[in-house]
Design a protein around this ligand. Structure first.
Ligand code: ARG
Ligand code: GLU
Length: 708
């Protein structure tokens, strides 16, 4: 099976290699694309991108945390990522006295670099096709559940073998093409990662959520960290004796700038795409899932915004939470628009009809019908799950109460409470919690829940309670007046004896009862249906490949993103967002000044930047027009997780940091339109300018290798 799939994939690559810019390619197989890349301007070889025998560009790219990318830019372990990727860390170190979010942070010496608990970066050591080993023992008569267990057991075995030596090695086995292929990924994971620098949010988050997902853009979305290692350059837990990590490879930085038409290449960890799904999956997203989720988040965001505008303290407390909620909220809106505009449901339906006709009597006969049948069963459960996730699960105090309740350990003879953990949990919760926001959100979203979720998909607990309370408002009153968890002093006094009271607390009970209902009534059904769907998609995926090859339907095939290292390439290019409009591919500091407005939080820049602009004190960082370049767009296919990815030029040098996509193109997780889909990158010269002129941290520039 593995062989036939690879042969198909190869055949397709060669037939349609001219296809424009769509695709997230596996680095270990990049030799299949290298001619196309070189044809578009790339000057290096496949071995320069990925090699297990010599240092290659992959050794300068890291998975940053569990959802972003970063890149090495010095011989002493300096890494760049986005401001929004380091946001949680910057926020954790911030208080009203030391507001690094507002004012920025620059370590002027190594001693001042700030450690970050829980933050890791991972280098990909190697990746290998392990399909045969993973499917060892498989036979086609196996049920999907049985197959999943076999895959899990074989994966665990491989992972154990691969990581035996210890030394910070971490391995995962990932399914590609819905389990038609499996790869083992071996990572070296470092956990002493220190914050080195971050611009003020008025630069790093300039434009805020107003400009998020938009072009033209002027956000200086970067932050700087350093990897520390033990004396032998190996991963080690934080220690003041650790030393800066010495990378096998780091990026040289190109200061020669970018032009429309230039080749660009993004090397990073895209999180999730669904390019091959059936029209029913897309229809649900476009017409049901996204619209409801958007509405629920609008309610929460409006409430947050109201209180954040009233108080600097609340603004800091909710800045990170607000950015997270707002980010997907805005993306979904662009996605829905894009899917509609592309008529993706209709196009897919036509494709499916033709496929189905072609499939009659062959291996793939009936697969379309099967998928449609499963989606029909799944939809109400998916809807209930979406509501549960976007309502009940977002009630902060209830989440906290449940996490707290889990700290009790009960045996036959005694109940214990891990007091140290409890204190730690409480401290981090109360630092960033504001009761009025949580309470008003509860009322708003639970009223929507009541209105929109069919009775059959609501827990009995909920219906009884609501009848007893009479209204969501009264229910909220009870939780937010009577719960122990609204009061830090009461929480501090909880002992092992209080377990029963904690479980009966209205906040805990709310979360726990919904959780039980979800785990018993919803999740088993969705798990089963999703397994059936996986199985059907595995066939449909192969079927699509065979169909497109034999029927000469031009379509690029690459595995959907799954937070594994990928290469995307394209070129710098503007686009037309709407009839009558055309966007140029780059922005400059002039645009920052045009947006500058002290009255509007998102557009209020630091005085320092105004002064620099007035004096045109740009140092060596101006471009040919005399302005400092800020951002640019290109046709690279990226998604969430690509944030912080190095943007590389034809010579393999760093020209930017990826941080976003244009709003009109956010449907590219489902369908890619080369006319509209653009990734947004920060021009590396704006990074250097900010470090040099705004932060006066030239000691960092000295560590880097700049090339003209
Ligand atoms: N849209 C970018 C991404 O998906 C940036 C998000 C952070 N910025 C923000 N304003 N919320 O992650
Ligand atoms: N900002 C996104 C991230 O955090 C990248 C934008 C996108 O989804 O392409 O990964």
């Amino acid at each position: 099976m593995k062989k036939s799939l690879l042969i198909i994939a190869l055949a397709i690559t060669s037939i349609f290699s001219a296809k424009a810019d769509e695709g997230m390619w596996l680095p270990s197989l990049i030799s299949q694309r290298i001619e196309d890349m070189q044809g578009k301007g790339f000057k290096l070889s496949a071995e320069d991108i990925y090699s297990i025998n010599q240092a290659s560009l992959k050794d300068a790219v890291v998975l940053f945390g569990r959802g972003c990318t970063g890149e090495l830019i010095s011989a002493e372990g300096l890494i760049l990522t986005n401001h929004h990727c380091g946001y949680g860390q910057i926020q954790q170190h911030s208080s009203v006295e030391h507001d690094y979010l507002r004012d920025g942070f620059w370590a002027m010496s190594r001693e001042e670099e700030l450690p970050n608990k829980g933050l890791t970066v991972s280098f990909l050591e190697r990746m290998d096709d392990v399909t045969e080993m993973i499917l060892d023992g498989y036979n086609p008569s196996m049920a999907e559940q049985e197959r999943a267990e076999l895959v899990k057991a074989n994966s665990d075995k491989l992972i154990k073998e691969a990581t035996q030596e210890g030394n910070g090695l971490r391995a995962t086995v990932e399914a590609l093409y819905y389990g038609n292929q499996y790869f083992l990924f071996l990572y070296r994971e470092y956990s002493d990662i220190r914050l080195v620098g971050a611009p003020p949010s008025s630069i790093g988050k300039f434009g805020g959520d107003t400009d998020n997902w938009m072009w033209p853009r002027h956000t200086g979305d970067f932050s700087i960290f350093r990897i520390y290692a033990d004396k032998d350059n190996n991963p080690a837990a934080y220690s003041k004796d650790n030393v800066p990590y010495q990378p096998k490879k780091y990026f040289k930085i190109s200061t020669s700038g970018v032009q429309e038409g230039d080749f660009t290449f993004i090397y990073g960890f895209p999180g999730r795409t669904q390019e091959y799904i059936h029209s029913e999956g897309v229809r649900y997203i476009e017409q049901t899932g996204d619209p409801h989720k958007i509405h629920l988040r609008t309610l929460r965001l409006d409430i947050m915004k109201k209180y954040m505008n009233e108080s600097q303290k609340v603004r800091i407390q909710y800045s990170s939470k607000n950015a997270n909620v707002a980010n997907a909220w805005k993306k979904w809106q662009g996605e829905v628009k894009g899917i509609k505009k592309m008529k993706t449901v209709q196009t897919k339906q036509e494709f499916e009809k033709a496929f189905d006709k072609w499939a009659k009597g062959g291996e793939f006969d009936g697969v379309i019908e099967k998928i449609e049948g499963i989606y029909a069963q799944l939809e109400p459960y998916q809807f209930a799950t979406d509501y549960y996730t976007e309502t009940v699960r977002t009630v902060e105090v209830a989440n906290f109460a449940m996490s707290f309740a889990r700290l009790f350990k009960k045996t036959d003879s005694e109940v214990t409470l891990d007091k140290a953990k409890a204190d730690e949990l409480a401290e981090s919760f109360y630092k960033d919690w504001y009761l009025p926001i949580d309470k008003e959100s509860f009322v708003a979203i639970m009223n929507e829940y009541e209105k929109n979720v069919p009775a059959d998909f609501k827990p009995a607990y909920y219906k009884e309670k609501l009848a007893a309370y009479g209204s969501i408002e009264t229910w909220a009153e009870d939780i937010f007046t009577n719960s122990i968890f609204i009061d830090p002093a009461k929480v501090a006094a909880i002992t092992a004896e209080d377990r029963e009271a904690v479980l009966k607390d209205p906040a805990t009970e709310f979360f726990n009862e919904f959780l039980k209902w979800y785990s018993n009534d919803i999740q088993p059904v969705t798990t089963k249906l999703n397994q059936d769907l996986q199985l059907a998609y595995r066939d449909y995926m192969r079927g699509q490949m065979v169909y497109c090859r034999t029927q000469r339907v031009p379509k690029a095939f690459y595995p959907d993103a799954n937070l594994t290292l990928r290469v995307a390439y394209g070129h710098i290019k503007g686009y037309s967002p709407a009839d009558g409009a055309y966007y140029k591919p780059s922005s400059t500091i002039k645009g920052i000044m045009e947006k500058d407005n002290p009255e509007i939080f998102d557009y209020n820049i630091p005085q320092r930047l105004r002064d620099i602009y007035a004096a045109k004190d740009y140092g060596r960082w101006a471009d040919a027009t005399g302005e400092v370049p800020v951002c640019f767009i290109a046709t690279n296919h990226t998604t969430g997780g690509n944030s912080g990815s190095p943007v590389i030029n034809a010579d393999g040098n760093l020209i930017g940091i990826n941080f976003d996509r244009v709003w009109e193109g956010t449907m590219s997780d489902i369908v890619f339109d080369p006319e509209i889909c653009r990734n947004i990158s920060l021009d590396i010269r704006y990074v250097l300018f900010t470090i040099d002129k705004v932060a006066d941290a030239d000691h960092l520039l000295e560590e880097m290798t700049l090339v003209e």
